[in-house]
Design a protein around this ligand. Structure first.
Ligand code: NAP
Length: 305
């Protein structure tokens, strides 16, 4: 039997990966928070994936973090702010040389996890797939996309990419994963916070094009100073293209705030501002945007870190 995929976090992306791997016969174990979540999960028939309007349920095996079984391969599918503490509870189960695939958006959490686990191989991922939960243990596959995976320290691709191919998970092994993550972070910083502050869809930012252009200029400066010139190339044009192409959509940060959920601000705009400070770079509009967003979240009782 091939090496099981342990999946930490049965949320949107965790379920999207678990169900597709399970349906092609790859062994999958779903790690839930605690005994209460496991009991709730075991009361049902498994994980349900809704794709093209059709729901299919897969009886993926669930477990708690504290069982003694070793873990060779772990897909971390928590939010960026939960990744370190979620991994800490099962750290002792990781075999030396275990592989972790980190699906978190933004930057900062991946390096923190890698520092926490010097014996493990940490593979960073960046995904344009989209999914959301429409019930307990049930996820809707909302946006088909692509996942790039890479390991800046060890550029050889792992054998298990074959499992992803078999599962129909569109992916590519990327030599420049950190550049991809920076580019995505910059796009996010130029769009998502403004959609929260102006309470608009992405297309609503067409009315604020000067502000978007100023932010893109500062983000370009930041990326160049951080040694990421490729991530900075034509940033403003791509931001405009994304605003136009996704005009009818609400950004993920907008949706988090609308649903009173914690945002990943510290790993996005917060990370960008910290990187600027580290390089003694003064980016007044980016810093002001961060301050406005922090105030906005705090006024609504949402975490601003
Ligand atoms: P999500 O739906 O909120 O799922 C996160 C899951 O992690 C939840 O099920 C949560 O458990 C679980 N979790 C948290 N702490 C845990 C712990 N200590 N032990 C076990 N499970 C724990 O989040 P998501 O949307 O899948 O996002 C995951 C990451 O992918 C984020 O960084 C996000 O930005 C990124 N991403 C998401 C999408 C998307 O379309 N959803 C697309 C691209 C990137 P509970 O259910 O018990 O709360």
């Amino acid at each position: 039997m091939s090496t099981p995929w342990h999946i930490l976090g049965a949320g949107s992306l965790g379920t999207l990966w678990a169900t597709r791997l399970a349906r092609c016969g790859v062994p999958v174990r779903l790690i839930l928070r605690d005994a209460a979540r496991l009991a709730s999960y075991n009361a049902g028939a498994g994980l349900t994936l809704v794709e093209h309007g059709i729901a299919q349920t897969y009886p993926v095996t669930g477990e708690t973090p504290d069982i003694p079984e070793p873990i060779h391969r772990l897909l971390v599918a928590c939010k960026a702010y939960d990744a370190q503490s979620a991994i800490a509870q099962l750290q002792y189960r990781l075999v030396p040389g275990a592989e972790l695939i980190l699906l978190q958006n933004g930057l900062g959490s991946q390096d923190a996890v890698a520092a926490q686990l010097p014996q493990a191989r940490c593979i960073f991922a960046s995904s344009t797939e989209g999914a959301f939960r429409d019930g307990e243990w049930r996820v809707v596959f909302a946006g088909h996309g692509y996942t790039w995976l890479g390991d800046a320290a060890h550029p050889a691709p792992p054998q298990w990419l074959e499992d992803l191919r078999a599962a129909g998970i569109p992916h590519e092994w990327s030599a420049d994963i950190v550049t991809r993550l920076w580019r995505k972070l910059a796009l996010n910083c130029a769009i998502n916070p403004l959609t929260v502050l102006y309470q608009c869809r992405n297309g609503g930012l067409q009315d604020h094009h000067c502000e978007v252009a100023t932010l893109c200029a500062e983000l370009t400066e930041l990326l160049e100073r951080c040694g990421q010139p490729a991530a900075a190339e034509d940033l403003h044009s791509e931001v405009q293209r994304v605003i136009h192409a996704t005009a009818a959509n609400y950004s993920s940060m907008y949706q988090d705030v609308a649903n009173a959920r914690r945002t990943e601000i510290s790993y996005l705009l917060g990370y960008a501002c910290q990187a600027a400070a580290r390089h003694q770079l003064v980016l007044p509009h980016l810093q002001q945007l961060h301050a406005r967003l922090v105030d906005y979240l705090s006024a609504r009782g949402l975490a601003s870190h």
